[in-house]
Design a protein around this ligand. Structure first.
Ligand code: MN
Length: 729
């Protein structure tokens, strides 16, 4: 490449003058001077640097400033910051120099930009942390992000000169983060361009294919648009409207998305373009004018009632305002028509900054400000790690909203698919944390209820209520999710502590030292990754402390998972004791042996059982599928006694039944009636634990045998609300 310094100098000046020309309408007092100073500082600082393309580096900051003014509508401070945005990072100049020469607000913006320089590498927590830092400045000054977007847009426009691997990296990062961010800030034009550029570099063939097709169909499209609008134009003029009509095809990326999602070809897309009618009306007449135009259009063309979108009365959270309708053209094609004022169009195209320009005239508490407040909230309250935060944040970028109301009629905007639980957290985290249920439009609904536009929501709370894991299945907003996770972490910590105390006590009782070897044994046995998990499961009752003794004492046992079926068991016993070994008949009054029913597996008549001589003239009765059976058999085979039950029924044995179901009034009564009245079973104890409408109960009963127990369990299973009935040892 041949470098011509004179030509370059001329080009730099041309670019600079163009920038000033665009900035001119809003320049005040000293503004032009400050911009000139920033320009000179930047030229000087970058004077020996060149871009990958070989161009002078200064082209880039000027281009970023140009985008900031022309495409985002930013003012002097932003132009200055854009011109200087790379000097701290890439040159000798320090942030202190900027502060001294250009003031603190420019310095802060550049500081924010410098923090997030470099490629954001998804999956790297350092970069995620940097990004989080940048977002923190969002609440102070959203211009950091707007200039970053301008910077990114220019880099994407000039991606050609980058090596392939960098192209891919920068393009995916753009798609992952910057396009959604532009969308959220209402910068539709920039968002679409970023997406198209992403496609251009990641799937060049498809990009070219679609853009060629758009070009080839242009004249046919223009004719169609002309035919479509000519009767409307006439009518609008008759009504005295000042307006412009545009008919632009959709972006390449959104066309591709449609082709993929609906599995159609390019030619089958009916809404390849939308017709936009932009009205020149004073602010106070906007709404009425939009609806009047709607009425005129639908006089000519039949509208599809399902596709009417009124963002004039309720703007989107990113500030977008417009009235959309889809109507049937004379040739039988559906056409989307967007009706909006000049002001609305400005906001739609250029987003946030344009919004500020009109702020005095428009509604002050706009959705966008609410969103920025929400981001601030999220940042300040997020206690999880940076990557987790990034994911949650991204989730919030692309969502559509649902509009709901408090009982007092205050409007609350939540992301689409938000539930009553999200609403509760939106009102206040204390309300969320103790949220019991909700009334939507006076009707009682569960927390998982999905909200719809216009719902009026009242939250019911109880101080006893606590978040549980399940809530994460239906909490949508980052605010709710991060609060719930935080509360669960706390709860888990608390529970683990209880479990630790429990285990220590149990081990002390058993006179087992709580050394690492023993703890490892326990962790392996219960199949938990950390000791904290073991503590937690103990505290939650998922692990029975009764088992602990056996684990430590019987290191050889194979996790207790294998059991012998009764036949094999009997064969084993016969091998050891001889084929005709004595059979203990349990329950026979004439028996001269003392036996007792072992507590570990709690056998009852009907179960396959064996006896175990304990050594003090006693025989323990175990079920053949008892966890200890194999261990006893392999270590003390000669002490195993074959055993069976007598047929007599007068004896009663204790058995445990565990039930689960949905709670309702009178349920316990129904259960106990079955147990004591209809089957004449004696109950020893009943414990019921009920939470969130689900209840779990353990019932200990005296039965004669397994047949008796089965009958009882069957009857209980038929009780309304009972989901499972199972026996436990
Ligand atoms: Mn840059």
């Amino acid at each position: 490449m041949i470098i011509d310094p004179e030509a370059e100098r001329k080009e730099i000046l041309r670019l600079y003058r163009r920038l000033l020309r665009h900035a001119k309408p809003f320049l005040k007092d000293n503004d032009a001077k400050i911009i000139k100073k920033a320009f000179n500082t930047s030229v000087e600082a970058h004077k020996d640097m060149r871009r990958k393309s070989g161009e002078p580096y200064i082209y880039h900051p000027i281009a970023v400033a140009q985008i900031a003014v022309e495409e985002i509508g930013l003012g002097t401070t932003s132009i200055v910051a854009a011109l200087l945005h790379d000097v701290v990072e890439d040159t000798e100049l320090e942030i202190e120099d900027i502060e001294r020469d250009f003031g603190s607000s420019v310095a802060r913006i550049i500081e924010g930009l410098t923090k997030i320089s470099g490629v954001f590498d998804y999956g790297s927590s350092q970069q995620a942390e940097n990004f989080r830092k940048m977002l923190l400045t969002l609440s102070d000054d959203v211009r950091v992000i707007l200039i970053k977007l301008a910077d990114r847009l220019h880099n994407m426009r000039t991606l050609d000169s980058m090596p392939r691997h960098k192209q891919l990296k920068i393009a995916s990062e753009t798609m992952y983060l910057y396009a959604p961010l532009a969308h959220r800030l209402g910068l539709y034009a920039i968002k679409s361009e970023l997406e198209d550029l992403y496609l251009k570099y990641t799937d060049t063939a498809t990009y070219k294919d679609i853009s060629n097709k758009i070009r080839q169909t242009r004249s046919a499209r223009n004719k169609f648009i002309k035919d479509f609008i000519s009767p409307i134009e006439e009518e609008l003029r008759k009504h005295g409207f000042n307006f412009t009509i545009k008919g632009r095809p959709k972006s390449i990326y959104s066309i591709l998305k449609k082709i993929k999602k609906q599995n159609i070809t390019f030619d089958e897309i009916y809404d390849l373009f939308a017709i936009r009618i932009i009205l020149d009306v004073p602010f106070e007449n906007e709404k009425a004018a939009c609806w009047q135009v709607y009425s005129i259009i639908t006089d000519f063309y039949q509208p599809n009632p399902d596709r009417l979108r009124d963002w004039v009365n309720t703007p989107k959270a990113n500030g977008y305002e417009s009235l959309h309708t889809t109507v049937m053209s004379k040739s039988g094609q559906w056409v989307e028509v967007q009706i909006r004022s000049q002001r609305m169009d400005d906001i739609a195209e250029r987003g946030y900054a344009a919004h500020w320009k009109y702020k005095d005239g428009a509604n002050n508490e706009s959705g966008l400000e609410q969103w920025i407040n929400k981001v601030r909230d999220m940042l300040e309250n997020n206690t999880g790690n940076a990557l987790e935060f990034m994911d949650e944040f991204r989730k919030n970028l692309f969502v559509e909203e649902v509009f709901v109301f408090t009982p007092k009629g205050e409007l609350i905007i939540l992301p689409d698919k938000a539930t009553a639980l999200d609403f509760a957290f939106e009102i206040h985290s204390q309300i969320g944390l103790h949220c019991l249920g909700a009334k939507v439009n006076q009707k009682l609904v569960p927390l998982s209820y999905r909200l719809y536009n216009g719902d009026q929501v009242e939250i019911l709370t109880s101080q006893k209520q606590k978040p549980n894991e399940e809530w994460l299945n239906y909490a949508v907003t980052s605010k709710a999710r991060s609060r719930i996770k935080e509360a669960l972490r706390e709860e888990r910590k608390h529970k683990s502590e209880q479990g630790r105390v429990l285990l220590e006590k149990r081990l002390a009782q058993l006179k087992i030292t709580d050394n690492q070897a023993n703890l490892n044994k326990l962790m392996a046995f219960f199949n938990v990754p950390t000791i904290q998990d073991l503590y937690y499961r103990l505290a939650m009752g998922h692990v029975d402390p009764k088992n602990i003794k056996e684990v430590i004492f019987t290191a050889t046992s194979e996790k207790g998972s294998s059991t012998l079926d009764p036949k094999t068991f009997d064969r084993e016993v016969q091998k050891i004791r001889g084929v005709n070994s004595d059979m203990l008949v349990i329950g026979e009054k004439t028996s001269n042996m003392n036996y007792r029913i072992s507590a570990c597996c709690n056998p009852i008549p009907g179960d396959d059982v064996f006896g175990f001589e304990t050594g003090d003239d006693d025989i323990e009765i175990h079920r053949t599928n008892c966890l200890r059976a194999i261990e006893l058999m392999s270590n003390y085979g000669n002490r195993i006694v074959r055993a069976k039950w007598t047929d007599q029924k007068e004896l009663a044995f204790l058995a445990g039944i565990r039930i689960k179901g949905t709670d309702r009034v009178g349920l316990v009564n129904d259960l106990t009636r079955i147990i004591s009245n209809s089957l004449r079973v004696n109950m020893r104890s009943i414990t019921i634990d009920s939470h969130d409408g689900i209840f779990e109960g353990n019932i200990m009963v005296f039965v004669n045998d397994t047949g008796h127990l089965d009958k009882l369990m069957q009857r209980m299973g038929k009780v309304n609300g009972i989901l499972t009935v199972e026996r436990f040892d």
